[in-house]
Design a binder for this molecule. Sequence first.
Ligand SMILES: [Zn+2]
Length: 324
Amino acid sequence: MGKQAIHLPKKKQTQFQFQKLKICKKCQRYSVIKEENCPECGAVYVGAQALAKAIFKNHLFSETLWILMFVCIGVIFAPTVEARYYSLIVGVSFALGYVILTIPFIKSEYFYQLKQLFFTELLKIKAGIQYDSNRAREDIKEGNVMEAYDKLQEIRDFIDNDQMKIRTVRALNKIALRKDMLLELELLLPSSYDKDFVKYALEVVKINRQLVRKSCISYFIKYQMEIIRDFGMDNLLFVAGSALRMKLYIQEFSEFIQEFVDYFPKERILRLCRIIYSNPEENWGGLAEKIKRLVAVKYSYDPDFKPYVQEKSQTMIKRTVYQK
Ligand SMILES: [Zn+2]
């Protein structure tokens, strides 16, 4: 099946992540995806925030009711009419005072109720998110990749494990990626080698090399053997070639670059020369020597390398040696 040309849906923005949590009161099932209605019974979801507010209101209402009930008992059993009046005035004042004094603590009381709700409902919340995740997996199977990606984006705010990352990557692998899309790479890095992730990363590198950062390069280097086995040497060099993007990365991954420098295409070597020779004060270690030898053997007659084959290279190498 070919790749789908779609627009990636945007993630729902909320001040706090818990604001995405909602419950179907009929099925007693939690969900974090954007839908307004429960897919099982069609009932409208109630936000966890609204639920905590309702619990708080009920709590306040029932406590006030208890106070008023005691007041009524006091009024009924008062021995004189005067005592009844006093009981009524004192009781109602106490109930009003209780409500008024609670007002400044509404916010903290609300957050306390919310915390209690998450604590007592934790297993149900987890089961609800798992249900959402299973629906995303079904969407991928049925080819509804946009719906799957939309769900997974929201789910990953709560559960960001390898399973969710790989499901997201599998959905993305079925979409025709474009430069104008808000793509992510670093956040999808799994903790072990995954073929689907590397396939996705290869696509992303072609579209936007800026997304390849230190942790991604480390991943490509760590699993270089697996990448060569599944995607070939050219693709490894292509993704790991991102290490040449910045001076800092070249220094960080100089051992890997040295190991594979013979396989890099001409423009990458040229870029390496440009960075190394324009920063002679940096300690490039064995990489500078390796580049010098490579240029002398392979590119000594190439006019593009003219500035790097003559005395300039000698100066640079000398400086590197002195710094050791
Ligand atoms: Zn329902």
